[in-house]
Design a protein around this ligand. Structure first.
Ligand code: ZN
Length: 285
């Protein structure tokens, strides 16, 4: 029904041109019919798809984990030469290994080494793999030594507070620093379709973020108000529920020690794995 209305809208808005979008509907029986998969312009350069680990069963949900930064972009720096890019990769691998061990979902890393990916390429990989969930992992640094704790961010054009806005601006700079050309934005009709898809994606992203806070209550040291939102480019896949996990402040001695401690890393991985399983139990019934 919604599709019919949208196609009609497409025809009305562009009467002399066929609808520009191919909609992939009902491709998977477990996905409600109103989920729209909207093709976007391809990326400027072809990035090889990463390997998928876990059960061979393609009907299992696919989680794409995105270790932030990498290659010539080290991200934030902490005490003792600690680099965000190394930390995010270690956390991403720990979560991947935990998910493989539990064998309930399939999992892929956007990078499993020191390679640079533009923000658009990161969520682009998730979309090309037809991922069901996207988790971008980061760590922050702040001038105030007292700043510490983890937060979970979902996408919003309006930041939840000034700190969130500054953080998004900093994380988004990964692209501008490296001179990556983003493709032009989709047109008016595409925007209508994207809007519908985004609405459900947003709700699911927020639901997953809440589950992480619930499952991580005794495992991850969160900030007092851990759920935030801001305009992170890396969260902009319109049809893949996405969160950005700021794992802590590498500028804070306690956080840095915790983030590099294998036992704490294992607790993080187990908490996220529980949240991921609870999420798919909910959305897939
Ligand atoms: Zn970052």
């Amino acid at each position: 029904m919604i599709v019919a209305v949208l196609l009609l809208a497409a025809a009305l808005l562009q009467p002399d041109r066929p609808a520009p979008l191919g909609l992939r509907m009902g491709a998977r029986p477990d996905v409600p019919a109103y989920v729209l998969r909207v093709p976007l312009p391809p990326s400027e350069r072809a990035v090889d798809l990463p390997a998928i680990a876990g059960p061979e069963d393609a009907s299992r949900p696919l989680v794409v984990i995105d270790p932030g930064h990498g290659g010539h972009d080290p991200g934030a720096s902490g005490a003792g030469g600690l680099k965000e890019a190394q930390l995010t990769l270690a956390l991403g691998r720990a979560l991947r290994d935990e998910l493989v061990r539990r064998a309930r979902v399939r999992v892929a890393l956007t990078r499993d080494g020191e390679r640079f990916l533009a923000l658009e390429e990161r969520y682009g990989l998730a979309r090309r793999l037809d991922a069901d969930l996207f988790i971008s992992i980061h760590a922050d640094a702040a001038a105030e030594a007292g700043a510490r704790g983890a937060s979970l961010y979902t996408l919003s054009e309006r930041a939840s507070d000034a700190v969130a806005a500054r953080l998004a601006a900093r994380e988004n700079r990964a692209d501008t620093i490296n001179g990556v050309q983003l493709r032009e934005q989709p047109g008016e009709v595409a925007a209508i379709l994207l809007d519908l898809s985004r609405r459900q994606t947003f709700e699911r992203s927020a639901a997953f973020a809440r589950l992480v806070v619930r499952e991580g209550a005794n495992a991850i040291r969160f900030r007092a108000e851990p759920l935030k939102s801001a305009a992170f480019v890396v969260l902009k896949a319109p049809d893949v529920p996405s969160v950005l996990f700021e794992s802590g402040y590498i500028s804070n001695a306690d956080d840095a020690a915790r983030l590099t401690d294998p036992a704490a890393r294992a607790r993080f991985a187990a908490a996220f794995a529980r949240a991921i399983e609870a999420y798919f139990a909910r959305v897939r019934g």
